[in-house]
Design a protein around this ligand. Structure first.
Ligand SMILES: NC(=O)c1ccc[n+]([C@@H]2O[C@H](COP(=O)([O-])OP(=O)(O)OC[C@H]3O[C@@H](n4cnc5c(N)ncnc54)[C@H](O)[C@@H]3O)[C@@H](O)[C@H]2O)c1
Length: 339
């Protein structure tokens, strides 16, 4: 297939693109490159066409000729979405709706957008796709809106799906230290202290980044048109984990000298998610468990993985916004939009 991936040089994209190539898909990427710190072409190779462009403004002609579009471009977590709520709506809702509408108009047959299980907020029950959503942040609200409007475009010629991913973990060449398992493992290794939010009793659903890639590819390759017009939870019931279990698993790998330190106010709001629909419609089940993810991050640390500003998505975006303000203040010309 000819596949276009927006946001394809980010954390998930850096795993997905090589997987698409391995599976023989001809792949193109559109990404603003907000957070690139190494050259994606180094791991994608020259086969991948990387277009430095913005989903809000790119020429519609660029979207022509693809069988499938995987839409990953976004300000990619709850706190980043709160930094500048207008930008979050502009990119995560307006921008992604624009891509889906153009894709349909141009004749792309399959489209998938990456949403998040955070649309459920906190619930006592186990959330299925029938559970009413409860978005608590701008990021989650924009996901709810884009899921609704993008899947409503579904018809027999344009298959539009939203995947609600659990919180991702695992190594990627654009590593994220704002993701809980990644940060706990990385700093546990570097500092001998695993920082655990609150008392760790709260449940969260998780998924390894390689499984995210597998689910995205399974969706575009699936011949089951029932996946169209739907939001589907993607993760694993075995990875609905209490944060204290994550801390224990990391401590077991790093040894007894590693300390677990609590931070944050007590707050046991939890959520667990049911993933049966992905199994039923996509025959999708996860392959990679918590220990696999912890081991690979520890191995990357042993190989010299360093903490750099771009790995802290929120702080890095904050810097970009400050830089934009500075540019506006000191320039007579209107600055180029950064965020
Ligand atoms: N990582 C997770 O835990 C997780 C969980 C659920 C859903 N998701 C979703 O998956 C998608 C990818 O997440 P990620 O972890 O790879 O995030 P990321 O921040 O690493 O990557 C996002 C990419 O989108 C690009 N981008 C942002 N705005 C753009 C724009 N206007 N035009 C073009 N490119 C733009 C950025 O430059 C970046 O490369 C996001 O939609 C995110 O919300 C991620």
């Amino acid at each position: 297939m000819k596949v276009l991936v927006t946001g394809g040089t980010g954390y998930i994209g850096r795993i997905l693109i090589p997987d698409l190539i391995k599976k023989g898909h001809e792949t193109t990427v559109i990404d603003r490159g907000f957070i690139d710190y190494s050259n994606p072409a180094d791991d994608y190779g020259s086969e991948v066409n990387i277009l430095r462009d913005d989903i809000r403004t790119c020429d519609p002609e660029l979207l022509k000729g693809f069988d499938a579009i995987i839409d990953l471009a976004a300000l990619s977590n709850d706190p980043a979405g709160n930094l500048n709520t207008m930008s979050t709506w502009d990119i995560n809702y307006v921008g992604r709706l624009r891509i889906a509408r153009l894709a349909k108009k141009i004749g792309t047959s399959r489209y998938v957008v990456a949403s998040s299980c955070s649309v459920y907020g906190f619930k006592d029950e186990i959330c299925t796709e029938k559970t009413p959503v409860n978005p608590l942040t701008t990021y989650a609200e924009a996901n709810v809106a884009v899921e609704k409007d993008n899947t409503a475009l579904n018809d027999k010629n344009f298959r539009s799906t939203a995947l609600r991913f659990a919180t991702v973990f695992g190594y990627s060449p654009r590593f994220r230290l704002d993701l809980v398992i990644n940060a706990m493992t990385f700093y546990g290794y570097k500092n001998g202290i695993i920082k655990m939010m609150r008392d760790g009793l709260q449940y969260r659903p998780f998924i390894h980044v390689k499984d995210v890639s597998r689910a995205l590819i399974a969706t575009i390759e699936s011949d089951n048109d029932e996946v169209g017009g739907k939001s589907i939870n993607v993760g694993s019931s075995s990875l609905n984990l209490q944060i204290k279990d994550v801390a224990d698993a990391i401590k077991k790998k790093l040894g007894n000298n590693t300390e677990v330190e609590l931070y944050g106010d007590p707050d046991n709001r939890s959520y667990k998610v049911n993933f049966d629909l992905a199994k039923e419609l996509l025959n999708f089940e996860t392959k990679y468990d918590l220990n696999f993810g912890i081991d690979e991050i520890i191995n990357e640390c042993k190989d010299g993985l360093q903490d750099i500003p771009q790995m802290h998505t929120v702080d890095y975006y904050k810097r970009l916004l400050e830089y934009e303000t500075e540019l506006e203040r000191f320039s007579n010309l209107k600055s180029k939009i950064i965020l």
